[in-house]
Design a protein around this ligand. Sequence first.
Ligand SMILES: NC(=O)c1ccc[n+]([C@@H]2O[C@H](COP(=O)([O-])OP(=O)(O)OC[C@H]3O[C@@H](n4cnc5c(N)ncnc54)[C@H](OP(=O)(O)O)[C@@H]3O)[C@@H](O)[C@H]2O)c1
Length: 329
Amino acid sequence: MGKNFKALITSQKKDGSFENNVKEKLVDHLPNGELLVRVEYSSLNYKDALSAIGNKGVTRQYPHTPGIDAAGIIEESSSPNFSVGMPVIVTGYDLGMNTAGGFGEYIRVPEGWAIKRPNNLTAKESMIIGTAGLTAGLCVKALDEKSGISGMNAVVSGATGGVGCMAVKLLAHLGAKVTALTGKIDASSFLRNIGAHKIISRTEFLESVRGPIGKGVWDIAVDVAGGDLLSAILASMKYGGMVTCCGLVESPSFNGSVFPFILRGNSLIGIDSAEQPLQKKAEIWDHFSKVWKMNGLDKMCHTVNLDGIIPEINKILSGRQTGRVVLEL
Ligand SMILES: NC(=O)c1ccc[n+]([C@@H]2O[C@H](COP(=O)([O-])OP(=O)(O)OC[C@H]3O[C@@H](n4cnc5c(N)ncnc54)[C@H](OP(=O)(O)O)[C@@H]3O)[C@@H](O)[C@H]2O)c1
């Protein structure tokens, strides 16, 4: 008999709806790959929630175990590059999409998806950061390469969400003056604690921006929303401003004009974390363990077990999540 382990399993019912249950699985039934990893921690990202409700754009085949993030220990390896007992981080690529993901006690993955966890980062810290932090890190790195961060006026949308709160924290850590745009004004103390200098309700902000180009307020921006919020941010950038676009919680489409680009020399930079070459991901993890090493990460997350992840999935889908949710396996 092969080894059993516990995992969240999303399955489709006869009536076409989807349900999530914690069940036993067999290690032998995991997909092929050079590395068998005993997962210590995972984290909840918006994409996991989409996978857990049967979004076919994320996951085509069910039953399935979501979880695009995992930090754990190598338990079996057929790769000369990874030895048994080595701590690793796996994020993105197909993990948790159509490959059984980190919401289970074991994953088996190709060696090309794993990086050795930096010494200066615990497994839990790495999952507080997770794909949300990796994405925020890629945005900040892109902005830093073009304009620098220290002393800049920055704005972050979806500021209490996963990517948003990591972007606020990192930008503030690097010396930017950060404005948080949020739908949760009642989370102001959380936002101040992670470094927001100013907090603006997203409805008020949207109402204050009329037309394709308005008052130039910010030098750099991290947008997770798309839609009208991205249009309004683009209209509010200073001369030479730069906006990174990485999400679509409001809408995948947005209206705009060329004016911010041709009159103010603004730039819009697309960010993807999932398919980044492994070397680029490793650079960001290295930054988080050294120059971007931040205290107080544990204050921006709450930790749940497998049974506790289901209500958190519903919360993230309705935009009510504040901070990061870490899953302890
Ligand atoms: N490109 C990539 O590689 C990449 C990687 C990770 C995530 N993403 C994308 O980035 C987005 C955020 O992901 P996440 O994991 O941070 O999700 P999340 O934790 O759910 O955060 C999203 C936040 O956006 C705000 N929000 C919710 N509904 C909104 C609406 N209708 N309009 C504007 N803002 C709204 C909320 O924050 P406030 O209440 O504070 O406004 C919410 O907490 C998602 O679209 C996700 O797919 C992309």
